[in-house]
Write a protein that binds this ligand. Structure first.
Ligand code: ZN
Length: 174
């Protein structure tokens, strides 16, 4: 695919028209809610939180691109990498590494996508609270961007996935 639309000045009107804040407050932010749960509790299970400590949150995405799609976020409601302290950035990326290790141990993927979307036009569903996506990949699976629209999630599959990943995390946790 060519990058012919990377420079497209007529899109500026559209971009300027987007809600510049677009950021939900900490009230009603599912990541802030996740930051309050006790690890291992029923509430953690309900919110799909796999780990929550001083480094931040590691959880399953309720709207995954694929089975095992994880999210990592700092515990504080901050929108950009530059908002985080160096310690918060370090903690967040420690949890990203835990997520990588967890997926390798639990699902044996052939590859992993790790990414952060800043701003709604970049694809962030929750622009006010920065989070990294960790998505396991297998040879022959659908294109990362093409899977976004078409996945239907069965709640039971999420619960099973949560139980499996929790059990494996207890072995690989660090
Ligand atoms: Zn938040």
């Amino acid at each position: 695919m060519q990058n012919q639309n990377l420079w497209a000045p007529w899109r500026m009107d559209y971009i300027k028209g987007l809600d510049p804040a677009g950021a939900p407050s900490p009230q009603g932010c599912f990541l802030c809610e996740a930051a309050k749960v006790t690890p291992g509790s029923d509430e953690a299970k309900r919110q799909l939180v796999l780990a929550r400590d001083g480094r931040g949150i590691l959880m399953l995405n309720r709207f995954p691109y694929t089975n095992g799609h994880l999210l990592v976020a700092p515990g504080d409601h901050l929108g950009d990498l530059t908002d985080l302290t160096p310690a918060q950035r370090a903690g967040m990326f420690e949890l990203v590494a835990v997520g990588e290790e967890l997926l390798r141990a639990a699902l044996n993927p052939q590859g992993i996508n790790i990414g952060i979307n800043l701003g709604r036009c970049a694809g962030a569903g929750l622009p006010g609270h920065i989070h990294a996506h960790i998505v396991p990949r297998w040879n022959g699976d659908v294109n990362f961007m093409h899977v976004v629209g078409g996945v239907r999630i069965i709640p039971q599959a999420l619960e099973e996935s949560y139980a499996h990943l929790s059990e494996v995390l207890a072995r690989v946790a660090r």
